[in-house]
Design a protein around this ligand. Structure first.
Ligand SMILES: [Mg+2]
Length: 154
């Protein structure tokens, strides 16, 4: 199971950014991440069969190696296998995700997690967790994960 993962508004929230920077030396990259959202993502990943992460966030522009380090620093143990391609002409996230699926000839199951939906119309709704207003709230929550699985079972 592939999880296409966005960062801003999913793991990274306004409230996490407003937290004071601790005196102790911390990894600067991971400090704007919402702890509750990380817990919710791990909660989701634990429910999935052999999950792997492909980063769809624009953060991926800094490369796969830094994505692996970033998510590991956040406390996510699931393997990050790739980033989606950059489709320069359109910058549409659904196109980037579908291009990745095509390029990799992937025919397994997947879930897309994103706080925006305007550029994700071409993702089937049963494969999409929309973290609505995630930036202003708590990012991904366990409740969203539970609601998603309940809805998918119907
Ligand atoms: Mg986002």
């Amino acid at each position: 199971m592939i999880v296409f993962l966005d960062f801003d508004g999913v793991l990274i929230t306004r409230r996490a950014n407003l937290l004071p920077i601790p005196d102790t030396r911390v990894d600067k990259t991971a400090r704007n991440v919402d702890k509750g959202a990380v817990e919710a993502l791990n909660y989701l990943l634990n429910k999935l069969d052999d999950p792997k992460i492909v980063v769809s966030s624009t953060w991926r522009l800094s490369g796969i190696k830094s994505m692996k380090k970033y998510l590991a620093d956040c406390g996510i143990k699931t393997e990050v296998i790739d980033i989606t391609p950059i489709c320069k002409m359109t910058r549409k996230r659904d196109l980037e995700i579908n291009t990745w699926i095509e390029n990799n000839k992937y025919d397994g199951d997947y879930i897309v997690i994103d706080d925006e939906n305007y550029d994700l119309f071409n993702i089937p709704p049963d494969k999409f967790i929309h973290v609505e207003r995630g930036w202003d709230n708590a990012g991904l929550t366990k409740e969203m994960v539970d609601n998603y699985f309940q809805w998918r079972q119907k």
